[in-house]
Design a protein around this ligand. Structure first.
Ligand code: NAD
Ligand code: UDP
Length: 339
């Protein structure tokens, strides 16, 4: 490891899933802190545009690879973040076997890489490991209520197995492993076609379409801005000593789906109507993190209120859809001129 100017240590950090929503923000933050980043991504849900600005960065390297295959990374690594896994229910259910393999075999391959390099390892787990929780809010010692055979199981049980694998590596002293249980996260760079609630609602509102509320809209979620999430992940990677236990990361503000629809409609002129659609199978009825552990161990808590984060995310999607419309107009007019 080389020392860098501001007294920080320059590390080489592998980010699996670095072209995805949270992963690309993490790559930005690591580079801004003066580290080198090796981004590993298969682009199954990741987007080139998320990392395009990093293409010429001298400290950034992209490895296009599926983590289900063993990784041959020759340069030394100090840290590995495993964020590689589709996170939206329609996306992870589109190829459930690959989702399970990514969670378990993929995590196993990255853990083996961590052992080979003596690298510290952080696993992106999820609030989904609590399933449809009977304890509210959810502390880390709640063991969850997951349907092991339902359509969400490929993700929930895959992530649970990955946690088990992580804690076995830790107990056996093979790697310094940390596990973050991430609750619903949102912000710029979510895919418009991702299928999750915030990207769906904002894009429906911007297109002037009714917002699709699944079920009664009384189910709740807690939404954390991506910049807060990245700060929490980096704090967990750095904290000493190793917590040796999973840590919830999320924003404890709790909102019903109906309330979220109202907040977005209020902020997008022309939006207003909602339509009700069937509730997906095994959809958790409520979710809210107990973040006492993160507060105590990491001194971390989210700073961005949902209202503020929504304004920013709406503005980002609006800009993106205007850019798309302009490109389409330019292409049409070029076509007309040449036709
Ligand atoms: P995302 O789909 O935007 O990003 C996942 C990235 O991983 C994508 O770039 C995708 O191409 C890549 N990937 C997936 N499978 C891969 C494989 N087998 N090999 C290589 N690359 C692969 O999702 P996200 O929202 O950025 O989520 C990142 C991580 O955080 C995931 O592990 C997810 O389970 C976890 N998480 C996210 C949320 C959330 O609300 N966003 C909540 C809980 C947990
Ligand atoms: N949801 C909804 N309309 C949508 C997308 C999602 O009402 O267009 C609901 C979904 O049923 C769930 C909540 O919003 O109750 C959060 O869904 P999301 O897929 O964002 O995340 P997760 O269910 O994984 O928490």
């Amino acid at each position: 490891m080389d020392a860098v100017n501001v007294g920080k240590v320059r590390k080489r950090v592998l980010v699996a899933g670095g072209a995805g929503f949270i992963g690309s923000h993490l790559c930005d933050a690591l580079l801004a802190d003066g580290h080198e980043v090796v981004c590993v991504d298969s682009f199954v849900t990741g987007v080139r545009a998320n990392i395009a600005p990093l293409g010429n960065h001298p400290a950034f390297r992209l490895v296009r690879q599926d983590i289900c295959e063993p990784l041959a990374i020759d340069e030394s690594l100090d840290e590995i973040y495993n964020l590689a896994c589709a996170a939206s229910p329609p996306r992870y259910q589109a190829d459930p076997i690959h989702t399970m393999m990514t969670s378990v075999v993929g995590a196993g391959n990255l853990l083996a890489l961590a052992v080979r390099h003596g690298a510290r390892f952080l696993q992106a787990s999820t609030s989904e490991i609590y399933g449809d929780p009977e304890v509210h809010p959810q502390p880390e010692d709640y063991r969850g209520n997951v349907n092991a055979t339902g359509p969400r199981a490929c993700y929930d049980e895959g992530k649970r197995a990955a946690e088990a694998l992580c804690f076995d590596y830790l107990r056996l002293g093979r790697a310094d492993v940390r596990v973050a249980r991430i609750f619903n996260t949102y912000g710029p760079r979510m895919r418009a076609d991702d299928g999750r609630i915030i990207s769906n609602f904002i894009n429906q509102a911007l297109r002037g379409e009714p917002l699709t509320v699944y079920g009664t809209g009384k189910q709740t979620r807690s939404f954390c801005h991506v910049s807060d999430m990245v700060a929490g992940l980096m704090a967990l990677m750095c904290v000493e000593p190793n917590p040796k236990a999973p840590v919830n990361l999320g924003n404890p503000g709790e909102f019903t789906v109906g309330e979220l629809a109202e907040m977005i409609c209020k902020r997008v002129p022309g939006a207003g109507a909602v339509v009700y659609r069937p509730l997906p199978e095994d959809d958790p009825r409520r979710r809210r993190p107990d973040i006492s552990r993160a507060r105590n161990l990491l001194g971390w808590e989210p700073r961005i209120r949902l209202s503020q984060g929504l304004e920013e995310t709406i503005a980002w999607f609006r800009l993106k859809s205007e850019g798309r419309r302009k490109r389409r107009r330019d292409t049409d007019s070029t076509y007309r001129q040449t036709a």
